[in-house]
Design a protein around this ligand. Structure first.
Ligand SMILES: Nc1ncnc2c1ncn2[C@@H]1O[C@H](COP(=O)(O)OP(=O)(O)OP(=O)(O)O)[C@@H](O)[C@H]1O
Ligand SMILES: [Mg+2]
Length: 234
């Protein structure tokens, strides 16, 4: 169970306006690893995340996630894959303003059956928001909103969490708290985490740091003794 990219290429558009976003990426992320993807703006970080989550198609190369060849999935299979294999956490929490925290978790997690509400409360408790379940996003702090977004991603118990600048909108303390929460979940549930950030300091808490530049992996570092998120400074 892992993410295996071999010579992955991604080109957006065609002809004169084509953008070669990824150029021959070779990466293997074992199950349960907390991997941080660093790199300057435009280096291909979000593209790599989106390909892994099957929200975008690989142009060339092979991408196998948890034994599933993501490059050959039909549209329906991509939807099933996204539901069962991955949870997304974004920079802008992407909560629906007219729904409460619990309803946001229920709806977006595509929970079915009459236990959906219980499950939503269960995962909100997991992220420390049991007492905020019936609040609307506007009544929550940035850190609380991001915790709702994490709860939403967790509700499906996906083996992989894909996080794109999850602390980008948060202040330092709150950002660290969210990183600590993601690390706890990674350890507790053995969920693989692929976390994109501009912030090189975050690499210190990871098992693995990959650096992208111009669509290529220019550095691939294993961290033997990662620090706790609370010990990070930037
Ligand atoms: N849908 C798209 N159509 C055309 N070009 C795109 C598209 N998405 C991304 N690109 C281009 O692909 C390259 C990589 O983009 P990507 O979003 O992966 O970068 P990034 O590393 O996530 O950057 P940032 O740190 O700014 O979020 C950029 O040159 C970008 O302009
Ligand atoms: Mg990006």
């Amino acid at each position: 169970m892992s993410i295996v990219m071999k010579q992955v290429d991604k080109t957006y558009g065609e002809g004169a306006t084509a953008v070669h976003a990824l150029r021959g990426i070779d990466v293997e992320i074992p199950s349960g690893e907390f991997a941080v993807l660093l790199g300057p703006s435009g280096s291909g970080k979000t593209t790599a995340l989106n390909l892994t989550g099957a929200i975008d198609d690989v142009t060339a190369g092979s991408l196998v996630v948890n034994g599933i060849d993501v490059t050959t999935l039909t549209t329906d299979e991509q939807i099933a894959y996204r539901r069962s294999e991955v949870g997304f956490i974004f920079q802008f929490f992407n909560l629906i303003p007219t729904l409460t925290a619990a309803e946001n978790v229920e709806l977006v997690a595509e929970l079915t059956g009459h236990n959906g509400g219980d499950r939503a409360r269960e995962v909100l408790k997991l992220v420390g928001l049991a007492d905020r379940a019936d609040h609307f996003p506007a009544q929550l702090s940035g850190g609380e909103q991001q915790r709702v977004a994490i709860a939403r991603a967790l509700a499906k118990e996906p083996p992989i969490l894909l996080c794109d600048e999850p602390t980008g909108e948060l202040d330092f303390e709150t950002g660290r708290m969210i990183l600590g929460l993601l690390r706890d979940l990674n350890r507790r549930n053995n969920q693989t985490v692929l976390l994109v950030t501009h912030n090189a300091a975050v690499g210190d808490m990871a098992d693995r740091v990959l650096r992208l530049r111009s669509g290529m992996v220019v550095d691939d570092l294993r961290i033997d003794s990662p620090v706790e998120a609370q010990a990070l400074t930037w």
